[in-house]
Design a protein around this ligand. Structure first.
Ligand SMILES: *Cc1c(COP(=O)(O)O)cnc(C)c1O
Length: 427
């Protein structure tokens, strides 16, 4: 479900024509729909209402402070993975008690800043990190809580670069070792190790890995409680499916139907860390056709966005549905699949201007015919889109726009050349 729709062949974000946004903000531009993100957030909240659940939106998916503020106002907490994301959460007025801090390589500065901010939980990835946290907490005279990230050795059957819950990854500790960690550090005055964290990786298409992971972790929690450790919370991480292709992923209610019965009556608080399931289809990347080019039997559509703006197609073999912003009435639909078999479409490669063969958005993709100057929308680009953008090829970071009903506003100005080189000026 999202609020990007065609009306008489013209693409709208909520009630605003995206052409109008392109005129106001230029291209390439990320366009987010407030109603869509809030809809995803509320559905998840409702689905898990039977448990004492805190939703900690994962800032790395889309971290614009205006987006974070909307989610914070709706009651969301945050999952952060760096001092920079802590800063973003603070600038958005986040409730620090609802903030969890994950990551295998937290620096002392980042840990001290999070201790000072009095965040909810540190998600601990190794004994060495826990020892360091204990030392720093003692030094700073700050008490805190921590969750031990365990590795349930469950494979969500997704792309190898985004699988994080199997044994051969750098994340968390093996479930067998978790008990030893609690025995050694579980009764500390400064760091209260009182929760278990699992994060399986992203983009799984079924709920099974989550249920499997819970079934592996619950016996551990029982054992730990039996030994006198107070376990108050389980954090199931993120990775809930987002609708990149129509109807291919479980809904929030589907996840809850599997997960809630397993955790009911266990006297555990629940934390969820959704990223892309909140933001992915709440955003599009709008880009303009620069040139058409024939290369052998292939037709290329060269657009003004590049892999520096959206790297997912190359990095993860990610599918993004792509469709022109203005189409004939008969193409006025959003059936998000790469298997469109309709008369009148052309098969093209949609590529960016960067000097790399990896700079593409889609290959052999059927789209309605386009010409120079047309606008094209790359859908489900709201998560891991702008946050992964770079200045490669000295291309400027794109603008971000937020749509709310009939209104839109630029929530991040397009970078300019001087801003790009300013940190390099020596005086
Ligand atoms: C990346 C990440 C998330 C969010 O993942 P999504 O696939 O965007 O839901 C949540 N928790 C942790 C620890 C992560 O690393």
């Amino acid at each position: 479900m999202d609020y990007f729709k065609y009306n008489k062949g013209e693409l709208f974000a909520e009630d605003v024509s995206v052409e109008k946004i392109a005129v106001g903000a230029g291209t390439p531009v990320y366009i987010y729909s407030k109603a869509t993100m809030l809809d995803h957030f509320e559905k998840l909240k409702k689905a898990f209402a039977k448990l004492d659940t805190t939703i900690c939106y994962s800032i790395k998916a889309c971290g614009n402070i205006n987006i974070l503020k909307i989610l914070a106002d709706a009651g969301s907490g945050f999952d952060i993975v760096s001092g920079g994301e802590l800063y973003r959460a603070q600038q958005a007025g986040a409730d620090m008690k609802k903030t969890v801090f994950a990551g295998v390589g937290k620096t002392d500065e980042e840990i001290l800043a999070a201790l000072k901010a009095e965040i909810g939980y540190f998600n601990i990835e190794s004994e060495a990190e826990l020892e360091n946290l204990i030392n720093l907490a003692k030094q700073a005279g700050k008490k805190t809580k921590a969750a031990l990230r365990v590795n349930p050795d469950v494979d969500p059957k997704t792309h190898k670069h985004i699988t994080t819950g199997t044994k051969e990854t750098k994340f968390g500790v093996d479930i067998e070792r978790a008990e030893k960690v609690f025995e050694q550090y579980g009764k500390n005055d400064y760091v209260n190790l009182c929760a278990i964290h699992v994060h399986l990786g992203s983009g799984g298409k079924t709920i099974d890995p989550y249920c499997e992971a819970i079934k592996k972790v619950l016996p551990l929690i029982d054992t730990l409680r039996g030994k006198g450790f107070k376990i108050e919370m389980i954090d199931l991480g993120g990775g809930y499916g987002a609708d990149y292709q129509t109807g291919t992923v479980p809904t929030a209610a589907d996840y809850a139907n599997g997960i809630v019965p397993l955790l009911k009556d266990k006297n555990l608080k629940l934390v969820l860390e959704p990223g892309k399931s909140i933001m992915a289809n709440a955003g599009i990347l709008l880009t303009k056709v620069l040139y058409l080019k024939q290369g052998g039997s292939k037709k290329f559509v060269i657009v003004d966005a590049g892999m520096n703006d959206l790297i997912r197609p190359w990095l993860y073999d990610a599918f993004h549905f792509i469709w022109p912003a203005r189409v004939e009435e008969r193409f006025s639909f959003l059936k998000r699949t790469d298997k469109l078999d309709i008369k009148g479409l052309e098969f093209v490669d949609i590529v960016g201007p960067i000097c790399e063969g990896t700079d593409f958005f889609a290959k052999d993709r059927a789209i309605p015919p386009v010409k120079r100057g047309d606008l094209i929308s790359i859908f489900t680009a709201g998560a891991y889109g702008f946050t992964m953008a770079s200045n490669y090829n000295a291309r400027l970071l794109p603008a971000e726009v937020l749509v709310d009903g009939k209104n839109f506003k630029v929530i991040r100005k397009r970078q300019n050349y001087e801003e790009m080189v300013a940190p390099e000026r020596l005086r």
